[in-house]
Design a protein around this ligand. Structure first.
Ligand SMILES: NC(=O)c1ccc[n+]([C@@H]2O[C@H](COP(=O)([O-])OP(=O)(O)OC[C@H]3O[C@@H](n4cnc5c(N)ncnc54)[C@H](OP(=O)(O)O)[C@@H]3O)[C@@H](O)[C@H]2O)c1
Length: 242
């Protein structure tokens, strides 16, 4: 019998992949939601920038949680994109649309689908969204990314309050810091014209100051059991390096 059931969106790369590699519970069953798939995990193939893929994810939640009698259920939503980097009004409209849908709408609808499927489950249930400092700080070139993360933060605050009222799922958002992943490579590859603050990220990389994805992943798993308030939006750096 599976004791712990975990979905990670975006476990094929970066922080999601590191989370998949560092799951702290031995009896865990792991399901990745991405386009490429993740080593050692079951795979729900989905392009989450396309809303027609979302019911497939919802069906996975529903199917696996029906009759689930283990102790813990977790959904970590890590899938996200920084692309296209560039100014609104200048970037490709199709890419911009996919960014907006993936970063802003998908977390809300997939979060809703998880809560609906987990409603009757008698287990410790947790939903964690990866967010970013870009939800609050201004980064020209990242308008849709920042807006998406701000939407995630406010969704988590509201839904955390709702789940406190009834539902009982623990809902939190975590900013991981600046982490050495493919997303950071894309940022360094951008032009100054499309991303005027690019040099800051080049400097962080050159100084070896990007956080290691596995270290971050282990800290995120530890944080999940730290008794966080429902609806909390947390910067991992403030918790691990106060
Ligand atoms: N790295 C940082 O410094 C940093 C800082 C703050 C916040 N974050 C957040 O942390 C999360 C993970 O970022 P990362 O740095 O690990 O990025 P990454 O290495 O680029 O990985 C992104 C993941 O998202 C998935 N993804 C992207 N587009 C998708 C799509 N259309 N459909 C399904 N899955 C998709 C990718 O899977 P496939 O390509 O296989 O589909 C991949 O597994 C993101 O939410 C990001 O915003 C990262």
């Amino acid at each position: 019998m599976t004791d712990t059931l975990i979905w990670i969106s975006g476990a094929s790369s970066g922080i999601g992949r590191a989370l998949a590699a560092t799951v702290p519970w031995s009896e865990a069953r792991l399901i990745d939601i991405s386009r490429r798939g993740a080593p050692g995990a079951e795979h729900v193939e989905a392009d989450l920038s396309d809303p027609s893929s979302w019911p497939v994810v919802g069906e996975s939640f529903g199917r696996e949680l029906e009759g689930f009698s283990g102790e813990r259920v977790v959904f970590v939503h890590a899938a996200g994109t920084i692309q296209p980097i560039g100014f609104a009004g200048e970037v490709d409209t199709g890419e911009y649309t996919r960014n907006a849908v993936l970063n802003s709408v998908a977390p809300q609808v997939l979060g809703h689908a998880f809560l609906a499927a987990a409603k009757e489950v008698d287990a410790h249930r947790q939903l964690l969204m990866l967010t970013s400092g870009a939800a609050k700080s201004v980064y020209p070139g990242w308008s849709s990314y920042g807006a998406g993360k701000a939407a995630v933060d406010q969704w988590v605050r509201n839904v955390g309050a709702e789940q406190e009222e009834r539902g009982g799922v623990r809902v939190v958002a975590v900013t991981p810091g600046t982490v050495d992943t493919g997303m950071q490579e894309h940022i360094r590859q951008a032009s100054e014209r499309d991303f005027p603050k690019r040099q800051k990220f080049v400097d962080l990389h050159e100084r070896g100051e990007l956080a290691n994805a596995e270290t971050v992943a282990k800290d995120i798993w530890t944080l999940l059991d730290a008794g966080l308030e429902n609806g909390a939006v947390i910067d991992l750096r403030e918790v691990t390096d106060p």
